[in-house]
Design a protein around this ligand. Structure first.
Ligand code: MN
Length: 342
């Protein structure tokens, strides 16, 4: 899908130049490296135009890469709740969209622009001055790099490294949904990148709770034909679930990997799939229905259900069953991936 009302840097500039106050550069809740890098790039672009950009998101970060990325590259990001929405001239959304359900866009803040590579939750968008949604692109960082280059913004080592990490992690080293443009962007960035920072961000120390969660996930993982399902239970941060689904996809004979867990009163879901199967984002939206939000790409998707009765545990179990239904695999007579050790 290709949905843009313009492809020019001047349209973005026109969209953000009106009004007073800084621009809220909004990323999704539990921001990942691609969204953080995209936001950092947009702040550099705004700065070139004499506008302050403030990176905001609604919820925290759990996955080590996400924390490492923000820390190592000194990406200042604020929780929306700590910001005064009225002080901004408007919001520029990156790696997310209005009504996507995965961001905390303040109700009373106008949207100046959207730069994203996820399918739109509703279409066509209207009334957004700058709209650039390109689902064939593997990472928002690639799109932001194109804007930076068009505006002749000199890339610092930190910014180049951030964008590189965004592309590298979102496309799983160009192996998951990378387009020609992502590959070109990756190659252009490579000579400018601090590889030591890349190593630290992608292979840095992991907390004990990460391994405890993995242990619980693997002990609970059940195989249904070529689909592996892990009901992880309570997780310290929802974005850790994608580490489970990504790892489980590596098991022999697995084409579908689904991890479900709870955090607070929400049931969080993460899906990964090998190429040649159904579209992961569509399967995720089928699982969620109207009970929350879900989305993603061909090979990776995530979702959140907030059950009305507050029983997140039951909702995550039900989501696992709905996943198996959606891909037509038998829910009964599954086999455990690992024998439990006691
Ligand atoms: Mn992304």
């Amino acid at each position: 899908m290709f949905m843009r009302n313009t492809d020019t840097i001047s349209s973005l500039k026109a969209a953000v130049c009106y009004g007073a106050g800084p621009v809220l550069v909004l990323v999704h809740d539990y921001p990942d490296p691609d969204s953080l890098a995209g936001a950092l790039g947009l702040c550099h672009l705004l700065k070139k135009w004499g506008i302050e950009g403030v990176i905001g998101h609604g919820r925290g970060m759990g996955r080590a890469e996400n924390k490492a990325m923000a820390g190592l590259l000194s990406i200042e990001n604020m929780l929306i709740g700590e910001l005064d929405a009225a002080s901004f001239r408007g919001a520029l959304l990156v790696d997310t969209q209005p009504l996507a359900g995965n961001n905390s866009l303040p109700d009373d803040l106008g949207v100046l622009g959207v730069i994203d590579h996820h399918p739109s939750p509703e279409e066509p968008w209207q009334g957004i001055p700058h709209l650039d949604v390109r689902t064939e692109i593997g990472a928002s960082s690639t799109m932001v790099l194109q804007y930076l280059e068009a505006a002749c913004v000199a890339l610092t080592t930190e910014l180049a490294t951030a964008l590189f990490l965004g592309i590298k992690i979102d496309t799983s080293d160009l192996l998951r949904g990378a387009s020609r443009e992502d590959i070109d962007a990756y190659v252009r960035l490579l000579p400018m990148v601090d590889l030591d920072l890349v190593q630290k961000a992608t292979h840095g120390p992991l907390p004990d709770e990460y391994f405890a969660m993995l242990q619980s996930a693997l002990e609970n993982a059940v195989r249904h034909d070529d689909a592996l399902v892990a009901d992880v239970g309570a997780v310290p941060e929802p974005d850790l679930l994608s580490a489970v689904s990504e790892l489980m996809l590596r098991t022999k004979g697995t084409a579908w990997s689904f991890a479900a867990g709870t955090h607070g009163n929400g049931a969080y879901l993460s899906l990964r799939v090998l190429p040649g199967q159904r579209n992961a984002g569509r399967v995720m939206r089928e699982i969620i229905g109207r009970s929350g939000y879900g989305g993603g790409h061909g090979l990776a998707a995530g979702g959140l259900i907030r059950p009305e009765d507050g029983n997140a545990r039951a909702a995550s179990r039900q989501a696992a069953r709905r996943f198996l239904e959606a891909i037509c695999r038998q829910a009964d007579c599954g086999q455990r991936l690992c024998r439990r050790r006691r």
